[in-house]
Design a protein around this ligand. Structure first.
Ligand code: AMP
Ligand code: GLY
Length: 418
């Protein structure tokens, strides 16, 4: 079977590695991937970007299954296009992708179907938005409705900060069209958790929980990033939290998907806030997380090709999804300076020789110059340690990441310290 994975980060390298484990999978293309993916024998990277280019490739190469990594093409309707051409693809259709593509749509869906979420209002008029602030406690959260590469959420500590955020989004259009509608919502105090899941629109099967570490500095300090590390399972997701998640969030979400006739097979990634008043849904993402995927997939026992096909064939309720009784810890090695400006093209040593004993290396912002791996992005390499418990997993990750070296390498020292 031939697989096409769309994306180029550590998430897509991890997906390629997991698909390659399946004896049924003979060839994997990653568009556009990164040269780290090609360390797997079955993998070839291809330079394709538009939906038309990808669909033509899938048709001409007789691709059996396409898996989409990131959100932009899903929101643009790649699934509908592939399906119209008779091509098999895993992911939400354009309607369901709105659960990630529009926060206004997602919040209205949550409210309509009784999914527990922060109190909110939706606005496209700055004057009405500012008036609404008088009804809200501080801090208050202002969000651009559309995709904004993780930058569209402002936690305002004062009313003045909230007014600035509203004006910047609605009047100055700093996020372009993505900010032409905004959500203003109640600030929730608590601990975050990421729960990825697969759905065939008849059931939602949650994966092992994960905990992202979003800030650049140790102790969750400094600027926000795309994610500096992840642990799985998330120690804060106790039995009681899991139960609340299922009754207050997962079940009403599934009822909503059925009621709205969204009918798709794909991923739902629940971004949760665990508070003293219960478990709240912050957001839906309709794709795998990055770097959550890198930490979660090594714990999955199932053949990923079978699991995805069973989901597309609406047989998820008959499929046992099983997990290794282990913990994982993913540490991101970043370019010095990230998430602000950073240099590119710096030679990386240790990738080819990396010894994978109870440890994985997934490449993200890397490219090749002549025969050398060089840095090509902010988040460069993911090192994932596995272990019988979180401490062992952390130790494996931190011991093994020393195998990789490049000038200016930066990583957090406290991933998984809870
Ligand atoms: P979102 O894209 O909606 O998940 O927001 C990005 C990040 O902003 C989340 O992962 C949280 O860290 C933070 N955030 C979003 N909404 C809230 C909220 N209502 N209360 C507290 N923090 C929030
Ligand atoms: N790690 C968060 C995300 O993938 O959105």
């Amino acid at each position: 079977m031939k697989i096409l994975i769309i994306g180029k980060g550590g998430r897509e390298h991890a997906l390629a590695w997991k698909f390659a484990e399946s004896s049924k999978v003979t060839q994997i293309f990653v568009a556009e991937g990164n040269p780290g993916c090609e360390l797997i024998a079955k993998v070839k990277c291809v330079k394709l970007t538009t939906i038309d280019e990808l669909a033509n490739f899938a048709k001409n190469e007789h691709i059996d299954l396409t898996f989409v990594g990131s959100e932009d093409l899903l929101v643009a309707g790649i699934v509908d296009k592939f399906q119209a051409l008779g091509l098999k693809i895993f992911g939400p259709n354009k309607l369901a992708a709105q659960l990630e593509g529009s926060k206004v749509f997602a919040k209205d869906f949550m409210q309509k179907h009784g999914v527990k979420t922060a109190k909110y209002g939706n606005f496209s008029d700055a004057k009405l938005a500012i008036e609404f602030l008088s009804k809200m406690d501080l801090p208050v959260v202002v969000k651009a409705s559309g995709l904004a590469a993780g930058k569209g959420v402002i936690i305002a500590q004062t009313k003045e900060e909230a007014v600035i955020a509203i004006n910047e989004m609605l009047l100055d259009k700093i996020f372009g069209d993505s900010g032409s509608k905004i959500v203003i919502e109640e600030f929730l105090d608590g601990v975050e958790a990421s729960i990825l899941s697969f759905t065939d629109s008849n059931v939602i099967v949650p994966f092992v929980s994960a905990k992202d570490h979003k800030k650049i500095g140790d102790g969750e300090t400094g600027l926000n990033t795309g994610g500096m590390g992840v642990i799985a399972p998330n120690p804060y997701v106790t039995y009681e939290v899991q139960h609340k998640f299922i009754t207050d969030i997962l079940e009403p979400t599934l009822a909503g998907i059925k009621a709205e006739k969204m009918d798709f097979a794909g991923v739902i990634f629940f971004g949760l806030m665990i508070t003293k008043n219960g478990v709240y849904l912050l957001e839906y993402n309709m794709r795998m997380g990055d770097p959550e995927t890198q930490a979660v997939l090594p714990l999955l026992k199932n053949d990923l090709f079978d699991l995805v096909n069973n989901t597309i064939d609406k047989k998820l309720s008959d499929t046992q999804v099983t997990w290794h009784d282990k913990a994982s810890c993913c540490v991101v090695l970043a370019s010095g300076g990230y998430p602000k400006d950073f240099p590119k093209g710096i030679t990386i040593s240790g990738i080819e020789q990396f010894s994978r004993n109870d440890c994985h290396l997934f490449a993200a912002g890397v490219s090749k110059q002549n025969n050398d791996f060089v840095t090509n992005g902010g988040r460069v390499i993911n090192i994932v340690g596995l272990g019988s418990d979180l401490n062992q997993a952390r130790k494996n990750a931190y011991d093994n990441l020393k195998q990789i070296q490049f000038d200016g390498v930066y990583y957090r020292n406290d991933i998984g310290k809870v």
